[in-house]
Design a protein around this ligand. Structure first.
Ligand SMILES: [Zn+2]
Length: 95
């Protein structure tokens, strides 16, 4: 769907496909810079979370550390599955 949006940079009306990364036809600046910045912030935060995760095997890890990380990941998955099972069980049983 195409609509129009006033460019925050030059103040001209330009076509906008509701995509935050769309650019102004007059000055080529981003039409929704706040949303673009939010998107960048979220992906940066996700990358940082992944980098700090205990379960990620790093190149400098030795064999024991790799085994610990794999075991921890499996234990975490099993624990999550059990918790999920109990939640479904309690949520689906009346009373
Ligand atoms: Zn513009």
């Amino acid at each position: 769907m195409t609509s129009e949006k006033k460019c925050p940079q030059c103040g001209q009306w330009t076509k906008w496909n509701k995509n935050p990364e769309d650019r102004c036809a007059h000055c080529d600046s981003v039409l929704d810079p706040r949303r673009v910045q939010e998107k960048i912030d979220v992906s940066t935060r996700e990358a940082e979370d992944r980098a700090h995760s205990f379960f990620i095997i790093r190149p400098q890890d030795g064999l024991p550390m790799k085994a610990i990380r794999r075991t921890a990941f499996v234990a975490h998955a099993v624990y999550a599955a059990i918790v999920w099972l109990f939640l479904v069980l309690f949520a689906s049983t009346p009373g």
